[in-house]
Design a protein around this ligand. Sequence first.
Ligand code: ZN
Length: 301
Amino acid sequence: MNTLPPEQKLHSCLTIDVEEYFHIEAAHGHVSKSQWDTMPSRVANSVHKLLELMDQHNCRATFFILGDVARRCPQIAKTIANAGHEIASHGTNHDRLHRLNSITFAQDLTISKKILEDQTGQAVRGYRAPTFSVVPDTAWAIDVLLNAGFDYDASIFPVMHPAYGVPDAPVTPFYVTGPSGRKLLEVPPLVWEVGKKHVAVAGGGYFRLLPLWFMKRGLKQSLSQNRPAVLYFHPWEFDPDIPRLPLPLTGRLRTYLGLKSALRKLDHILSLPGREWTTMSSNLDHFHAMASNGKPYALAA
Ligand SMILES: [Zn+2]
């Protein structure tokens, strides 16, 4: 493990959104939930590959696990937790919050939190929404997360994107308020600031489809600005053999390009000097201190 001064050790979080290749938002409207049970599960193999890679690099990560994955693969959360990683929630059925309301979201959260806590015996403190769908239209989600006992959220992406994103949200950890005015700690994914623009570089398609130097520029800048770097990946991105779904061309390109080289690229990122990759929960004191230095961000429209 690198020996770094304590202030740098606090800055890097690896996160994995644990879902199957058929849970993805790109499949919504093309693959129905009733078909999920007929599809072969691939997630455990990819998670094992990631756990091995993290072990080689002595990394710890936060795994935002979908309740539906925990139900299908009852050992997966325990295996991840036993390897020293944090277990957090990615909801139950991978519904974007736009398709839920405060009541159905509360149910979705409760089911995922309970199954993960029952399987691991550990408290679930963090949440990430499918496709970063905490935005002004779904600001009610902040109050639902607080009511459900979550300590932090990692769902607000401070970028411009047609399907998600809050471009003017802070790029460092901040307190977000929903309609009730109560505060929740929000930890955003890494962006690369280019002038006043926030360029998404933190993972997913940006990691697979763009040259790796985008992510490396963002990482370098975050270190120079003393800003945390939160990266995100999905197990299916490291499995070139996932069955191909009947998606439109753009969905196919966005989903299936770059799968073969993803593990090698992540290996390279984890090999970069000057970083120690850790969990979100191990950095919460530091994130609260950063959030307390700024003004709360009102998400409610
Ligand atoms: Zn997801």
